[in-house]
Design a binder for this molecule. Structure first.
Ligand SMILES: [Zn+2]
Ligand SMILES: [Zn+2]
Length: 229
């Protein structure tokens, strides 16, 4: 985010190669399920209460001073086109199953969507969909209520904070035997930032209750939780 001029062959990009190389990739060893660095003692506490169908989440980069401006641009600076840069960093996180995978962006509450004019997770999902050549299902999951900003909450309070915040709108899809249909797909939830995974887990819970059996998640960035091990 240095405002460097980009070469014409990178016309679709907004972030220059130097800034992109400063993004610090999230690397193993990590918890196989939530992708968080392994705790020093005992099993991972972060994903212990996740719904059974929610099997893995991976994030591309750490949310540090180098990646934060890109997330900020996607979210607040009205630069949805930057989603292509962020998605490019995410393409190696998953190898979607052939013909049976769909991307599902974490929805915004109506009010926030009106204020921002777009859903940043949907922009990311659409950019990923172009690279992975799989469909995006935008209206399947809806946010039923506004959730308070999560910045200062512990993992446990975050989970309570988002409880019941999502519902699956199967009526609109017009599919017969919807639960069965849902169980035949690998559903990949998409969000911009992973903090404790509470939001993703809650959306996964709604999908599981609607019949989904295979749910994964990908995010561009992962926040560092300093006191969490
Ligand atoms: Zn730059
Ligand atoms: Zn875990």
């Amino acid at each position: 985010m240095c405002h460097a001029l980009l070469a014409p062959r990178e016309a679709r990009r907004l972030v220059c190669p130097v800034c992109r190389q400063r993004w610090k990739a999230v690397r193993p060893p990590w918890c196989q399920r939530c992708g968080q660095p392994e705790p020093h003692f005992g099993p991972c506490r972060l994903c212990v209460e996740w719904p059974a169908a929610f099997s893995s989440v991976r994030s591309a980069v750490w949310l540090d001073e180098n990646a934060r401006p890109a997330v900020h641009a996607l979210k607040y600076a009205g630069l949805p086109r930057i989603a292509d840069d962020l998605a490019a960093a995410m393409t190696k996180l998953q190898s979607p199953a052939d013909g049976a995978s769909v991307l599902i962006p974490i929805p915004l509450a109506k009010k926030r969507l009106r204020e921002r004019g777009y859903n940043q997770s949907e922009m990311l999902a659409r950019a990923l969909a172009r690279q992975w050549r799989i469909p995006v299902l935008v209206d399947l999951v809806a946010r039923t209520r506004e959730t308070p900003t999560q910045t200062a909450l512990t993992p446990a309070t975050r989970l309570a904070n988002v409880a019941g915040a999502f519902e699956v709108r199967n009526v609109k899809c017009g599919m017969r035997n919807f639960a069965f249909q849902l169980s035949t797909f690998e559903l990949i939830l998409v969000d911009d930032v992973f903090t404790t995974g509470a939001t993703l887990a809650e959306a996964a819970r709604a999908l599981e209750q609607a019949g989904a059996t295979r749910i994964e998640g990908v995010t561009f960035a992962r926040a560092v939780i300093p006191d969490f091990t």
